[in-house]
Every structure is written in structure tokens, then in C-alpha cells.
Ligand binder design. Structure first.
Ligand code: LAN
Length: 745
């Protein structure tokens, strides 16, 4: 009989920090005693898009595996890229930018990058490693600590939901815990400062649901503090309006393993360290706390989406009546079995990569609980989890997905095309490799038990990162398809993706439209917006169902448009109807002030670029559309003195434009592209903007990192570091095509 504290599942009592493997060659210690690895020893391996970082130990290894320019760039080391001929014209600037960026292409043909931003991911991973007693390399532990300290809030020493956010209980409690598990002393000054901040916010019991979940797994809090996650919801028939299969995929795939662990009430056995953590994270003595009464306490900093009274009532019923008195044993058994079946299917369908960085560690924990530390499934998880990790100048972080491979590669191809360089001998080898990568990443078959696992059609689709992860995304499929059509049909690149395979992609896209005409991200919307009343995560908005997004819709519209140009007879009527309805959705989604709200990039500048592309694709431009003129006016009103545009991430949180004090290269490029798509007639404002983009370029062709670019769920920001190359290059190319490649600097 497995014991609730998990001892029967392989965990043993101990009081130490994380088990650490000693790969410490080259590690140095500062005067203050802070360790740092030797950055010349780190290498990124990219095996068909599966990216892992390795810390080399011996001189032989170092000789056999030299550090590449890309490695050096990611690590913040000198890339030794020469100064280029100073760019005078837009195309010269694009050329210099592409010269630099081409050195970052990885051997399989893709681009990669850090995909950080969220500050709640590492904790899931490190707690999972800790409670499963998985040893981790010292190099990793050292650099995770460095990253977290580098990203602590400069004033209060805490952490927010994301790297640019204000400190919150979620960020602070979880990252503080990570540091302690990795061996940092509670009395180290930075820890004391973070703890003070946490205590001012009321301690960990004022954290959101996910914080309470992980701390209960760790054994620091009691399970009574976690709002109930009944796995029996998975037994509901499909017609039930709130059945989990209708939820947004990221929510249901997180809820899945969470409900399993919750049902087991599995906790790591208490030891000296976790006993100590109780004192550090909780402001009251553990023994005096009524955990059940703290299920809904939450600090204002963390309460982005307050729970409704309805949800609180539901939780009360589940916690006070259903779980203790009504829940039949047969139902527990069936629910846990079914949930475990779904978890196994997810593991198998993704080769243990899992949908994302939250359900990845949770599924690993479930495999450990169910099958034990020596099971095949658990060992595969341990091998695969490092694919989420990334090393940069500040240390090691956890990416928001297992990479940005397909997405950035598809966009780069389109940026080069905008410069009319697809046939240029100089760039052909780079583009050929990029094409080969996209070919390799197209998903070629459906999942096991597609319908029973509630999976969207995927044969012919592309995902955001890799084929192994294997989740259809509407816009990733579209952008990849467009890039392939550009190279294979508009230019004479080898037709390595057959006509049938492009049609498979179209078949998938045609399943993605909502009744509104818009498209969502992973699958069409499956539930009512009323489900948002069940949003229990507190820290995010709009997470319970799929919504229509101008960005995703545009990508699909433009892909269908391009495809039809080459294959006018294939499913022609359906495509035409799809396009009309999609463009009608885009028109509808415009706000009175001419803008569109962006859900995946910050914010109005991002969505405006896509929406105007959709309208242009349907022949709607500045000359013939009041709507387009309104959109251009919205941007013109926001242009800054220096010619650029800049909005902060607060635009996403508040839903209204928040002016950034500094113009941003990426957002400026988005607006230039938007206005060119709209065929805005005057050169003046665009020329000024292009000058700004060119002026910010470094002598070696690169642009430097500015503010964070991306967002999800309204409140969490995420970095897209390659955008500072891709979109300026595209904007410069489009500008030159329209207004001529004349000297501007
Ligand atoms: C992403 C990254 C890519 C992004 C685009 C393709 C840009 C978008 O147009 C569609 C949605 C998608 C695929 C997307 C969805 C949500 C993701 C996966 C992320 C923003 C990256 C990280 C985020 C994921 C939910 C993070 C884990 C957090 C949870 C709340 C589960």
C-alpha cells in the first residue's frame, strides 16, 4: 500500500540539498564565494532540433568539440565577428544583419535561442528533481543559481511572474525554494532580502494554486491548502459543457498530472531542509496553521484573475463535502486509472518531450509515483527534461517550450524573401538547410488514440518547436507552409516536400476555423467562454479555452492565399469560404481606435502587423479602406520623436496602449511592416522609422537585446530574442522594395 508520504514509492528520508554530480572542471569562485562555470566549456547540441547544453570536462573533449560562434553568442562571449562595411541603405543594413544572423544557424538548419521570461518554470523542474532524488550536474546547479540571482528584482530581491514583472509571492516563494534546494544558505544576504520581501507579501500561503501545489509536493505545506483537482472530472462524458477535453490544451494538460498527484496526495517525506523551509516560507508557525482556511488567500500581486464566487463555492463543496464524505472508492480508482492512461499516451505521443515545461516535470513526477525511479518512463523523462534548459550569459534558465526551432526558422526564410534574396547564391546554402529543417519537422502521422486523447488532427502540420513534441499549431503550420511554398514554388529549391504533404498541411488548416471565422492556437475552440469562471490559476487571464487570435487567423489566411495561387483547384470552395470568413473576423476584431489587441507578442504593434496583412491579402489597403486608414492613424499617433515605436508589456495586462519610454527596434519593425502591408502612401514616417532601425544596428551587423517581446495569457511575458534580427531584416527589405534602396544614413 503506497504511503501518502511516498516512502513506498522510492523516496527516502534525508536532510540534504539536491544530489549533485561533480562536473566541476573550470569552476571558479568569486571573493564573495559565488561559483561560476567556465563559459568556454559549454556547448549546445542540436540533434534534429532537440537542443541540449553540455558542460565539457576534459581537454580532449574540448578539442574534439570546438565552441561555435552560435555557442559563444548565446553565452555572451566574444563572437569575434568582424565589423562590416557600414550600411548606408536599408538593404545594406539587412545584408549586414543577415550576415551576422547566418552565423547563428545551427547544424540541422534551424535557429535557436533562449526562450526565457516566465519565472515559474524552474521551480517545477527543480522540485521534481529533488523529490525524485534525481542527481543533477554541479554545472547546472551553479548556473541555475546564477541565473536566479541575476534575475532577482534589483530593489526588493524577490522575483515576479516573469523577468520584467514586479515581485510576487509565486515568483519569490518558488525561486527562493529552488535556491535553497540547490544548496544556497538561508542566511546568505540575497536570500535574507528575498525572504523579507516574501514575508512582506504574507509568505507562501498567499501564493497562487500552482505554488501551493508544488510546495505540498515538496512537503512544506499540507495538501489541505491546495484547491481540489479531482481527477474524476476526466470521467465526465464528452457532452458535458465543462469536461476537461474542452479546456485550452495547456490547462488540461497541466490539470491532468496535477489531478493525479492531488488524488494521491503525494508528498516528499519531511527532512531537515523542508522542515527549515517551513520556517522560512511561512510567516506563522507550521503547527498553528489551518491550511484548509488558506486555500483562497492570495496576495494582490498574484491575483491577476481573481477567482469567482462560483468557483470558490465549488471548491468549498469539493474540499468540505465531496472529498471527505462522498467520493466513492471505485470512482477514485477508475479516475486515477484513466488519468494515468492519458498521461502515458501524452508521454508516448511526444516521446516524453510533453506539451510544455509545466506538464513535463509533472508527468515525470507521476511516472515516479506510479512506476518508481527505475521505470523506463521515469528514466526517459529524466533524459528528456534537460531539453527545456538553456544557458546564457546570466546562467541557466528554463525555456517556455523545448525551443523556438520551427517558428523562427520559418520566419527567417520569409524575411530573406522580403529582401528578394532567395535566389542569391550567397544565401542559398543557408536557405537550403533551413528548408531541409522544415522538411524534417513536418508531422507525418496522427497520434496514437487520437480521439481518445482529444488530439487535434496533425498529419501535415508543424508545431512551434519540433516534430517530436508534435502538437499542431495553426500559425506555425501556416508560416512553415508559406516558407516552403516560397522556396519550392516561387524559387527553384528542390521539392523535398511533396505536393501531397503541402496538401496535408492545408487539410489540417481547414480544420482550424472557429464559427466566428477566426482561428485559435492549437485547435478550434471547444468550450464556452463561461468556462473562464473555472480559471483557478489566479496568475493568468484567458486560459480556460481557446480564443480567436488575429495573429493566428492572419497566418492561416495568408497561407491559404499563397497555396491557392499555386494550387487553384484543391478544395477551392472551402478555402475561399474560409478566407472570407476569416477576414470578416479580422475586421470585426478591430477596436474603434483602429487597433488590434495582440495575444502572443507585445502587443498592439504585433497584432496590427498581422491584421493589416490579412486585410491586404483580401485587397483592402489605405487607398480603399477606412478601416485600414484608421489602423495607420492609430500607429501614426503613437510614433515617437526618434521615429520609432515602443509599448510596454503593460499593454497586454491592461488591454490599452502603454507607452514605453524608449522606442523598440522590434516593435518599430512590426509597425513598418504593418504600414507597408497597408500601402500607407507617405514615405516620411516610414523613412524615419527605418533610419532608427538602421541607426541601432551594431558595426558587426547585430542588433542588441531591448525589452521583452512576447506574451502569453495576458500576464506572462516571454522572450523572442531572434525577433531583433528577423523583423528588422524583413522591414528593411520591404521598405527597399517599396521606396527604393537609397542611402538613408
Ligand atoms: C507559445 C509559444 C508560441 C505561440 C505562438 C505560435 C507565437 C502563437 O501564435 C500561438 C501560441 C503559441 C504556440 C504559444 C502558446 C502558449 C505557450 C506554449 C507559448 C507562449 C510558449 C509558452 C506558453 C506555455 C503555456 C507556457 C507554460 C505555461 C502554462 C501556463 C502552462
Amino acid at each position: 500500500m503506497p504511503h501518502a508520504n511516498g516512502t513506498a514509492n522510492g523516496a527516502t528520508k534525508r536532510g540534504a540539498g539536491q544530489k549533485i554530480l561533480k562536473d566541476t572542471a573550470g569552476v571558479v569562485q568569486s571573493k564573495e564565494g559565488h561559483e561560476k562555470t567556465d563559459y568556454t566549456r559549454w556547448r549546445l547540441k542540436d540533434d534534429r532540433g532537440c537542443q541540449t547544453w553540455h558542460y565539457l570536462q576534459s581537454e580532449e573533449e574540448i578539442k574534439a568539440w570546438p565552441q561555435t560562434t552560435a555557442d559563444k553568442y548565446f553565452l555572451g562571449l566574444d563572437t569575434e565577428q568582424p565589423d562590416l562595411n557600414p550600411a548606408k541603405t536599408p538593404l545594406e543594413a539587412a545584408y549586414n544583419g543577415l550576415s551576422f544572423f547566418s552565423h547563428l544557424q545551427l547544424p540541422p538548419g534551424n535557429w535557436g535561442c533562449e526562450y526565457g521570461g516566465p519565472m515559474f518554470l524552474l521551480s517545477g523542474l527543480v522540485i521534481t528533481w529533488y523529490v525524485t532524488e534525481t542527481p543533477i550536474p554541479a554545472s547546472h546547479a551553479i548556473e541555475i543559481k546564477n541565473y536566479l540571482f541575476a534575475r532577482a528584482h534589483p530593489e526588493d530581491g524577490g522575483w515576479g511572474l516573469h523577468i520584467e514583472g514586479e515581485s510576487s509571492v509565486f515568483g519569490t516563494a518558488m525561486n527562493y525554494t529552488v535556491l535553497r534546494l540547490l544548496g544556497v544558505d538561508a542566511e546568505e544576504p540575497r536570500m535574507r532580502k528575498a525572504r523579507d520581501t516574501l514575508w512582506k507579501m504574507g509568505g507562501a500561503l498567499n501564493g497562487p494554486h500552482w505554488a501551493k501545489f508544488w510546495l505540498s509536493v515538496l512537503g512544506v505545506t499540507e495538501w489541505d491548502v491546495v484547491n481540489p483537482c479531482p481527477p474524476e472530472l476526466w470521467l465526465l462524458p464528452d457532452w458535458v459543457p465543462f469536461a476537461p477535453w474542452r479546456w485550452w490544451i495547456h490547462m488540461r494538460q497541466v490539470f491532468l498530472p496535477m489531478s493525479y498527484v492531488y488524488s494521491k496526495k503525494w508528498s516528499h517525506p519531511l527532512n531537515d531542509l523542508t522542515r527549515q523551509l517551513r520556517l522560512e516560507l511561512l510567516v506563522e508557525p507550521f503547527e498553528t496553521i489551518n491550511f484548509a482556511a488558506r486555500r483562497n488567500t492570495i496576495a494582490p500581486t498574484d491575483n491577476y484573475h481573481a477567482k469567482t464566487w462560483f468557483l470558490k463555492l465549488l471548491f468549498w463543496f469539493l474540499a468540505a463535502i465531496w472529498f471527505p464524505y462522498l467520493r466513492p472508492t471505485w470512482m477514485i480508482k477508475r479516475a486515477e486509472e484513466h488519468v494515468w492512461w492519458l498521461i502515458e499516451a501524452e508521454d508516448e505521443n511526444t516521446d516524453f518531450a510533453n506539451l510544455g515545461p509545466v506538464n513535463g516535470p509533472m508527468n515525470a513526477l507521476c511516472a515516479y509515483i506510479k512506476l518508481g525511479p527505475d521505470s523506463h518512463a521515469f528514466r526517459e523523462h529524466v533524459k528528456t527534461l534537460p531539453e527545456f534548459l538553456w544557458v546564457k550569459d546570466e546562467g541557466m534558465l528554463m525555456n517556455g517550450t523545448n525551443g523556438v526551432q520551427t517558428w523562427d526558422t520559418a520566419f527567417l526564410i520569409q524575411a530573406v524573401e522580403s529582401c528578394a534574396w532567395s535566389d542569391d547564391e550567397k544565401w542559398k546554402p543557408m536557405l537550403t538547410k533551413a528548408l531541409e529543417f522544415l522538411e524534417d519537422q513536418q508531422i507525418l502521422e496522427e497520434t496514437r488514440d487520437q480521439h481518445a486523447c482529444y488530439r487535434q488532427q496533425r498529419k501535415g502540420a508543424w508545431g512551434f518547436s519540433t516534430r517530436k513534441q508534435g502538437y499542431t499549431v495553426s500559425d506555425c503550420t501556416s508560416e512553415s507552409l508559406k516558407s516552403i511554398l516560397i522556396l519550392q514554388k516561387d524559387h527553384s529549391y528542390p521539392a523535398i516536400i511533396s505536393e501531397r504533404r503541402t496538401k496535408d498541411a492545408i487539410d489540417v488548416l481547414l480544420t482550424m476555423q472557429n464559427a466566428s471565422g477566426g482561428c485559435a492556437s492549437y485547435e478550434p475552440t471547444r468550450g464556452s467562454v463561461l468556462l473562464e469562471h473555472l480559471n483557478a490559476a489566479e496568475v493568468f487571464g484567458n486560459i480556460m479555452i481557446e480564443y480567436d487570435y488575429p495573429e493566428c487567423t492572419t497566418a492561416v489566411v495568408t497561407a491559404l492565399h499563397m497555396f491557392q495561387h499555386h494550387y487553384p483547384t484543391y478544395r477551392a470552395e472551402e478555402i475561399a469560404a474560409f478566407r472570407d470568413r476569416a477576414v470578416a473576423y479580422i475586421r470585426n476584431a478591430q477596436r474603434a481606435d483602429g487597433s488590434w489587441y495582440g495575444s502572443w507578442g507585445i502587443c498592439f504593434t504585433y497584432a496590427g502587423m498581422f491584421a493589416l496583412e490579412s486585410l491586404a491579402c483580401g485587397g483592402e489597403t489605405y487607398a480603399n479602406s477606412e478601416r485600414v486608414r484608421r489602423a495607420c492613424q492609430f500607429f501614426l499617433d503613437k510614433q515617437m520623436e526618434d521615429g520609432g515605436w515602443g509599448e510596454t508589456y503593460k499593454s497586454c495586462e491592461d488591454g490599452v496602449w502603454n507607452q514605453h519610454p524608449q522606442s523598440q527596434v522590434v516593435q518599430t519593425a512590426w509597425v513598418v511592416i504593418a504600414m507597408l502591408e497597408a500601402r500607407y502612401p507617405e514615405k516620411g514616417p516610414l523613412e524615419k522609422a527605418v533610419r532608427l532601425i538602421m541607426g541601432r544596428q551594431q558595426k558587426n551587423g547585430e542588433w542588441l537585446q531591448e525589452s521583452i517581446e512576447g506574451v502569453f495569457n495576458k500576464s506572462c511575458m516571454i522572450s523572442y530574442p531572434n525577433y531583433k534580427f528577423i523583423f528588422p531584416i524583413k522591414a528593411l527589405g520591404m521598405y527597399a522594395e517599396r521606396f527604393g534602396d537609397v542611402a538613408l544614413l
